[in-house]
Design a protein around this ligand. Structure first.
Ligand code: NDP
Length: 322
C-alpha cells in the first residue's frame, strides 16, 4: 500500500511516496482504511526534526475511515465501523493503525472528512478552553492565529463559554474569518502591536488568559498582554520554539502562570477522550460549532500541503485525501 514517509528529517522534499506492507494490528490496536487525513502543524515539526521520530517514519497522527481489522482484546470495534482517531500511527497511508482506547466512533450525520477535520484541533481547543484555563462568562481570552485550525475552533468554544475574545491574525481575510467565528475584536499582528491592543481591549487591565500556538514570535508580547496572575498557555511552535528564559520574567509581568500543555495529557483515558469528542460532535449537530475545511490535497501532494501550512497560506483545517 502507499505510505508517505520520511527517511531523514528536513524540508518538504523529504516526503516520499513508498510502497509498504499493510500493517497488522497488535493487541489493543485497530487497523482502518483511511478516508481522510487531518493535517496538523505537528506533522511539520516531525518532518523538520524539531520533534524527533524514529526513521523511516510514516507521518500523520489524525485520520478517519472504516475499520478493516482488530487486534487481540479489542471489543469496542469491529470491521466496518466508521472511526476517527487523533493518535494514529502513520495516518499518511491507505491503511493505518491506532489504539482502540484512543478511537472514537463517527456519529451518523458526520462524514469522515468532517471527523478528520475536527477531532485533533477540536479536542485541543476543548481542553484549552474547558480545562487548562476553564473560561467562564466574562473572562477575557487572547487567541493567536485565530483563523487557523485550532484558532477558529477555540474562538467558537470560548464564545460558547461566555468569554470575550481578542483574536490575532496575519491578514485582513483571516480577520474576517475570526470575526465570523465570534471574535469580539481582531488585531492584525503583522502590522499592529497586539499586546498594546489587548490591553486597550481590557481597559488597561490585561487579558485573563492567552492561548498561544505561535510560540517564539509572540511569547514576550503574550506575557505583556496578561493581567496580574493571568495565564499563558503556550501550546505550539508555528513560528519556532520559545527559547529558554528566566522564571523572573513571569514575576516581572505580574506573577503569571505559564503552562505548556499537550493533547495527550488531556486525553489520558478513553472516558476523557470520549467526553471531549462527544461535546464536539454534539455542538456540531446542534449548529453551535462550525468546522471550516480551508483546503484539501491529494495524499500524494502532501508536500504541497506542508508548504501551504508552513507559509501561513491556509485557514481552518487542511485535509489530505488518499
Ligand atoms: P494553524 O492552522 O493555526 O496554522 C498555523 C498558523 O500560525 C498560521 O496560519 C499563521 O496564522 C500562524 N503563524 C504565525 N507565525 C507563523 C510562522 N512563522 N510560520 C507559520 N505559521 C505562523 O495550525 P494548527 O491549527 O495545526 O496548529 C496551531 C498551533 O497549535 C501549532 O503551533 C500547533 O503545533 C499547535 N497545536 C498544539 C497542540 C497541543 O496539544 N499542544 C495540538 C494541536 C495543535 P497567521 O497568518 O494568522 O499568523
Amino acid at each position: 500500500m502507499l505510505a508517505i514517509r520520511i527517511h531523514e528529517s528536513g524540508g518538504v522534499d523529504q516526503l516520499r511516496a513508498d510502497d509498504v506492507p499493510v500493517p497488522t494490528p497488535a493487541a489493543g490496536e485497530i487497523r482502518f482504511k483511511v478516508e481522510a487525513v487531518g493535517l496538523n502543524f505537528i506533522d511539520t515539526y516531525k518532518r523538520s526534526g524539531l520533534y524527533q521520530v524514529p526513521l523511516p517514519h510514516t507521518l500523520g497522527g489524525e485520520a478517519a475511515g472504516v475499520v478493516t481489522a482488530v487486534g487481540a482484546g479489542v471489543v469496542d470495534f469491529k470491521p466496518g465501523d466508521r472511526v476517527a482517531s487523533a493518535a494514529v500511527n502513520g495516518a499518511y497511508a491507505h491503511e493505518a493503525l491506532t489504539l482502540a482506547a484512543q478511537t472514537v466512533r463517527i456519529p451518523a450525520g458526520l462524514t469522515s472528512q468532517q471527523a478528520a477535520a475536527v477531532l485533533l484541533q477540536g479536542m485541543t481547543a476543548h481542553y484549552l478552553a474547558c480545562d487548562t484555563w476553564p473560561l467562564k462568562a466574562g473572562d477575557t481570552a487572547l487567541v493567536h492565529a485565530a483563523a487557523g485550525g485550532v484558532g477558529l475552533l477555540l474562538v467558537q468554544i470560548a464564545k460558547l463559554r461566555g468569554a470575550r475574545v481578542f483574536a490575532t491574525v496575519g491578514t485582513d481575510d483571516k480577520a474576517k474569518l475570526a470575526r465570523e467565528a465570534g471574535a469580539d475584536a481582531v488585531c492584525i499582528y503583522s502590522r499592529e502591536n497586539f499586546a498594546e491592543a489587548a490591553r486597550a481591549f481590557t481597559g488597561g487591565r490585561g487579558v485573563d488568559v492567552v492561548y498561544d500556538g505561535v510560540g517564539k514570535d509572540t511569547f514576550e508580547g503574550s506575557l505583556s498582554s496578561l493581567r496580574p496572575r493571568g495565564m499563558l498557555a503556550t501550546f505550539g511552535n508555528a513560528s519556532g520554539a520559545v527559547p529558554p528564559f528566566s522564571p523572573l520574567l513571569l514575576s516581572q509581568n505580574g506573577s503569571l502562570f505559564l503552562t505548556r500543555p499537550t493533547l495527550a495529557h488531556y486525553t489520558l483515558t478513553t472516558a476523557e477522550l470520549r467526553a471531549r469528542s462527544d461535546d464536539l460532535f454534539a455542538w456540531i449537530a446542534a449548529g453551535k460549532l462550525k468546522v471550516r475545511v480551508g483546503a484539501t490535497f491529494a495524499l500524494t501532494a502532501a508536500a504541497d500541503a506542508h508548504r501551504a501550512l508552513e507559509s501561513r497560506a491556509t485557514t481552518g483545517k487542511v485535509l489530505l485525501l488518499p
